[in-house]
Design a protein around this ligand. Structure first.
Ligand code: OSB
Ligand code: MG
Length: 368
């Protein structure tokens, strides 16, 4: 697969409903799409870097020039056999994992098409159906939140995750748990607390949560281990796990009992698979996180979620929760049992709608 050209595009897509976390509210996405061109075929991927450097230090305006000036030149003109080969070629660039993941994953997509294989099988997937949960953002009122939870449960989602922050935590967990005593319920703080809040966080134990996601600093493992010793509820790490090495450390020191894998956060499918395997070997369940992806990133999350240790429902939910119209066909749909069925088509099984992408594109650059 000779990589002849790489195209970067920014598409702008308004969300059907705003999404609020402890670090802010998003109404509309600016999404960086990447295409690798080889012998008439196109491999696609989405860079999950956001509009602002709040979830992590990367954002769309760091990803674009990093790919243009450093990552694409390491890949262009190469004759590659696999997506995995891109990792060592890009290794001299420090961090910038979301940018790297976009390139690596696009080559995986190309590889799957070339080999006429489903991407999920190429990745080592075994599950033919994946379990879906939803992440529900901070709302303007508790009543609105209760309505949202009701709707998602009626749709069939198997796990409800509530975004929390100081002032929007025990009060909402109390209301949701008392209304639905038996559902799988979790929360995600996106690093909104410190060790000074430890005794406050212990109050979360009364709600029988499946997990508390990323309560403390984005770069911390040590204090999460201290907190996990005090908490009955499992800690799940998201932001703190950037590599397989981080996962090893976290498991060894007891910083968490569950890990959320986001392929962009960890730098691509190869590292995501490594983290999956480490967790599997240590009895740590994993689940696939989301970054408000378009159908292109979502299709990659679906494929990754078929690996056997993805034992908990992921934040991989239907396109229509996010978009009026998604850029893949068919759009991602979820059954009334809260699952996504996987098909055996070559590639992702979701066709990229280039016509619609052209209409949504505000900036485009082809590198050769
Ligand atoms: O922490 O999981 C997170 C969205 C943006 C940034 C961080 C996170 C999230 C979500 C939404 O929780 C998951 C989704 O529905 O895509
Ligand atoms: Mg999270």
């Amino acid at each position: 697969m000779k990589i002849e050209a790489i195209t970067l595009r920014e598409v702008q897509m308004p969300l059907v409903q705003f999404f609020e976390t402890s670090f802010g509210r998003t109404y509309s996405r600016r999404i960086l799409l990447l295409t690798v061109h080889s012998d008439g075929a196109n491999g696609w991927a989405e860079c999950v870097a956001a509009e602002d450097p709040y979830y992590s230090s990367e954002w769309i305006e760091t990803a674009w020039p990093t790919i243009k000036h450093h990552l694409a030149p390491a890949i262009l003109g190469r004759d590659l056999q696999s997506g995995a080969e891109t990792v060592s070629l890009m290794a001299k660039v420090r961090e910038h994992r979301m940018a790297k993941a976009a390139l690596e994953n696009a080559v995986w997509d190309l590889e799957a098409q070339r080999k006429q294989q489903p991407l999920w099988k190429l990745l080592g997937g075994t599950l033919s159906e994946i379990q879906c949960g939803v992440s529900i953002g901070i709302q303007d009122s508790i009543e609105q939140l209760i309505n949202k939870v009701e709707t998602e449960l009626a749709t069939g989602y198997r796990r409800i995750k509530l975004k929390v922050k100081p002032g929007w935590d025990v009060n909402i967990l109390e209301r949701v748990r008392s209304r639905w005593p038996d559902i799988l319920l979790s929360c995600d703080a996106n690093a909104a607390y410190t060790m000074e809040d430890a005794s406050h966080l212990l109050a979360f134990d009364q709600f029988k949560l499946l997990m508390i996601e990323q309560p403390l600093w984005t770069d911390d493992l040590h204090f999460h281990a201290r907190l996990q010793k005090k908490l009955k509820t499992a800690i799940c790490l998201d932001e703190s796990i950037c590599s397989a090495r981080d996962a090893c450390t976290a498991v060894e020191i007891g910083a968490c009992r569950i890990i959320n894998i986001k392929v962009g956060r960890v730098g691509g499918f190869s590292e995501a698979k490594r983290i999956h395997d480490i967790c599997q070997g240590n009895g740590i369940p994993v689940w696939c996180g989301g970054m408000l992806e378009s159908g292109i990133g979502r299709a990659h999350n679906v494929a990754l979620s078929t690996l056997p240790n993805f034992r908990l429902p992921g934040d991989v939910s239907a396109s229509k929760r996010y978009w009026q119209e998604d850029i893949v066909d068919p759009e991602v749909t979820v059954s009334s049992e809260g699952t996504i069925r996987i098909n055996d088509d070559a590639g992702t099984g979701y066709r990229v709608r280039e016509d619609l992408i052209d209409k949504l594109t505000v900036r485009k650059e082809t590198l050769t």
